[in-house]
Write a new protein. Structure first.
Length: 58
């Protein structure tokens, strides 16, 4: 469901794509939180989080 107006098929496809991207982002963060336990690292700064993500994602 969306509050965006859908007046034609191309607008419907665009909204479906947005939700698809959102789902992929949700899955990515779930893998980081549950699979990689990133929250347990308790990194205090953005720079530290970025470095940890680079290591985890390689």
């Amino acid at each position: 469901m969306t509050n965006r107006p859908v007046l034609n098929a191309s607008q419907a496809i665009e909204i479906i794509d947005w939700y698809r991207y959102r789902w992929e982002i949700e899955m990515f963060f779930d893998v980081l939180k549950v699979g990689c336990r990133v929250e347990r690292l308790q990194l205090g700064t953005r720079k530290r989080v970025e470095k940890a993500l680079l290591l985890i994602m390689n």
